[in-house]
Ligand binder design. Structure first.
Ligand SMILES: Nc1nc2c(c(=O)[nH]1)N[C@H]1C(S)=C(S)[C@@H](COP(=O)(O)O)O[C@H]1N2
Ligand SMILES: [Mo]
Length: 511
C-alpha cells in the first residue's frame, strides 16, 4: 500500500506538469464515465446525484488499495513478479488517460512514471522484509532465515522515507495545480461584466408566485444543477482563452478572444436550461439570467448560412477544453432565437463549474445538444458526417426539450391537513411557451391551475391549484400544454434517447 501511495503521489506531481486531468485516478474515472452504459449512468446520477463523481473516485481508490495489497502479498513470494505487476496499473492508467477525448500521448506520463517509481519502491521494501540468514540459527530452525531476523528497523525507515517523500511530491503537485487554478481565478475576479446593450426586461411581477416549497423563479448559481463528465472542473484563464469558428461553409474562419466578445453587442436573457437525463419530476432544470453575445451573429460574420438558405452545414460541433463535443442544429441556432455564447450568469461571470469563461446556450434544446461549457472550438459540419460525444453513446442527434411539468409541493408522502392545500410547481416548454397546466386527483377530472406570469417563452412557469383536500391517501398528477397546443403526453418513457415523458405524480396522505 505504501508503494501504491507513492505511485499516486508521484503521478500527481507529474500530472501537475502535464495536465491535472491526466492523473491516474481522474483519468481512469473519466474513462469509466466515457464507457458507462446510459442505464448505469442514470442509476448513478439518480442515486448519488452530483456526488456520483465522488463515489466513483472513492471506488477507484478502494479498488486500488485492494489491488495494492494483493500485489504486495504476491511480491512477498515472488519479488520480481510482484514489482512487475505494479507496472500493469501504470499501463491501465496510461491507456485511460490517452484514450480520453482530449487525451494526447503525453497524458500517459503521470501513470507510467508513478508506476515505475512504485515498482522500484515495492522491490526495495520487499527486499528489506525478506528474512536474512541469521548468524546463529535459533534452536529448531533450519534453512534460510530466522524468525525476527529480518531488517525490521531498515524496513521501517525505508517505508517511512518512501511515504514521506511521496507525500511531499504529492503536495508539491497539488500546489502547482492550484497555482494554475489561481491564475484562472484571478482572471475571473478582474472581469467587469458589461452593461448589456439589450437588457432582459425585469422579471414580471407574479412570475414567482411565492409559494413555499416551489423552486424559486430564478435559480441561484449555487443551487443550479450541474451535469458534466469533468472529474476536475476545468480552470481556464480568460486572458488566454480563444474560440475558433471554422469548417464546412465557413467562408471567413474566425478566432475570437474574451475581449473581442466583450466588445460586441451584449444581450441579456432569461433562459431555462434542462438536462435530457432529467427523470419525470427530476431536479436537473434551472432558470438563470444570462448575458452573452448572439452566436448567430458571429456565425454570419464567419460566412455561415443555415441549411434553409442553402448552407452546406446542418450541424455545429462545439468542443470544450476537456474534449466534450456537443452537436447543435445550425437551423435552430440561426432561426432568430437567442442562442448565446454566454459569459455571465445571474450577474456574475460564469462560475467555473458552469463553463467559465464562455459556454453555449440554445433556448429550447437540452443541454447535451446545446450548452457546451468551457467551449473553445466551433466546427461546422453535418449530422451525416459526425456524431458528438453523447450521440456515440446512444442518445439522439437532436434533442428539443419536451413539454413537461413537475409538482414541487406537496412533497411525496407529505401529510397535509384536510382543507385547502396548494398544489404547485413548475412547467416548461422552452421556446414554445406554456399555455396551460392542469392537475387531477386520483385519476379524476383535470383542473386548470393558475399560472405565474410569463417571463419569456424560453423560461419555465410556476403554477398553483388550490386543492380542496379530503382526508385519506391521494395521488396528484400534473400535465402541461404548450403554446403550440400540444399537451404533455402521459406515456411513460425513460430518459434515453431523447428525454423522459410521462406525468409527474405525487402520493400524499391527508390527515
Ligand atoms: N464541456 C462540457 N459541457 C457540457 C457538458 C459536459 O459534460 N461537458 N454537459 C452538458 C449537459 S448534458 C448539460 S445538461 C449542461 C448542464 O449545464 P450546467 O452543469 O451548467 O447545469 O451542460 C452541457 N455542457
Ligand atoms: Mo444533460
Amino acid at each position: 500500500m505504501i508503494a501504491g501511495f507513492c505511485a499516486l503521489c508521484v503521478a500527481e506531481l507529474v500530472a501537475a506538469a502535464v495536465r491535472p486531468e491526466a492523473g491516474p485516478v481522474t483519468a481512469v474515472g473519466g474513462a469509466v464515465i466515457d464507457r458507462t452504459p446510459p442505464a448505469l449512468k442514470d442509476f448513478a446520477v439518480r442515486h448519488f446525484g452530483t456526488n456520483d463523481k465522488l463515489v466513483l473516485q472513492l471506488g477507484i481508490l478502494v479498488l486500488l488499495a485492494v489491488f495494492a495489497m494483493a500485489v504486495g502479498v504476491l511480491a512477498l513470494r515472488h519479488r520480481r513478479i510482484g514489482s512487475a505487476a505494479v507496472l500493469v496499473f501504470g499501463v491501465v492508467g496510461a491507456v485511460a488517460a490517452t484514450t480520453r477525448p482530449e487525451g494526447g500521448p503525453g497524458d500517459a506520463l503521470p501513470s507510467v512514471v508513478g508506476a515505475v517509481v512504485a515498482a522500484g519502491v515495492l522491490y526495495l521494501l520487499i527486499g528489506r522484509l525478506t528474512r536474512v540468514p541469521g548468524p546463529y540459527p535459533a534452536a529448531g530452525e533450519t534453512g534460510r532465515g530466522t524468525a525476527g531476523s529480518f531488517d525490521r528497523r531498515g524496513f521501517v525507515i525505508a517505508a517511512t522515507a518512501a511515504a514521506a517523500a511521496s507525500a511531499g511530491a504529492g503536495l508539491v503537485g497539488r500546489r502547482l495545480t492550484s497555482s494554475v487554478q489561481a491564475g484562472a481565478a484571478a482572471s475571473r475576479a478582474k472581469i467587469v461584466l458589461p452593461v448589456p446593450d439589450s437588457a432582459a426586461p425585469a422579471v414580471p411581477r407574479g412570475a414567482d408566485l411565492g409559494i413555499r416549497g416551489v423552486s424559486s423563479f430564478i435559480t441561484s448559481n449555487k443551487s443550479f444543477y450541474r451535469v458534466d463528465t469533468a472529474l476536475v472542473v476545468p480552470q481556464v484563464d480568460a486572458d488566454g482563452w480563444r474560440l475558433r469558428i471554422h469548417g464546412k461553409g465557413v467562408g471567413r474562419p474566425l478566432t475570437v478572444t474574451f475581449r473581442d466578445l466583450l466588445a460586441r453587442e451584449i444581450i441579456e436573457r432569461d433562459i431555462t436550461l434542462t438536462c435530457v437525463s432529467n427523470e419525470v419530476g427530476g431536479p436537473y432544470i434551472g432558470n438563470a439570467r444570462w448575458i452573452g453575445v448572439r452566436l448567430a451573429d458571429l456565425l454570419r460574420e464567419a460566412g455561415v448560412k443555415p441549411p434553409s438558405q442553402g448552407g452546406p452545414a446542418d450541424q455545429i460541433v462545439a468542443r470544450s477544453v476537456d474534449g466534450m463535443t456537443i452537436g447543435s442544429p445550425v437551423e435552430e441556432v440561426m432561426d432568430g432565437r437567442d442562442a448565446l455564447l454566454a459569459l455571465g450568469m445571474n450577474g456574475e461571470p460564469l462560475p467555473f463549474a458552469h463553463g467559465f469563461p464562455v459556454r453555449m446556450l440554445v433556448p429550447g434544446l437540452y443541454g447535451y445538444v446545446s450548452a457546451c461549457k468551457w467551449i473553445q472550438d466551433i466546427e461546422l459540419t453535418t449530422f451525416a458526417d459526425y456524431d458528438a460525444y453523447w450521440v456515440k453513446r446512444s442518445w439522439s442527434q437532436r434533442g428539443p426539450i419536451k413539454t413537461e411539468s413537475r409538482i414541487d409541493t406537496p412533497r411525496p408522502f407529505a401529510s397535509p391537513k384536510a382543507g385547502t392545500v396548494p398544489v404547485a410547481g413548475v412547467a416548461w416548454a422552452q421556446h414554445r411557451g406554456i399555455a396551460r397546466v392542469e392537475v387531477r386527483v386520483d385519476g379524476g377530472e383535470w383542473h386548470t391551475a393558475r399560472l405565474g406570469a410569463e417571463d419569456s417563452r424560453d423560461t419555465w412557469r410556476q403554477w398553483v391549484w388550490e386543492w380542496p383536500a379530503t382526508s385519506g391517501n391521494h395521488t396528484l398528477e400534473v400535465r402541461a400544454t404548450d403554446r403550440t397546443g400540444a399537451t404533455q403526453t402521459g406515456k411513460r418513457v425513460g430518459t434515453v434517447p431523447n428525454g423522459a415523458t410521462g406525468w409527474h405524480s405525487v402520493v400524499v396522505n391527508v390527515s
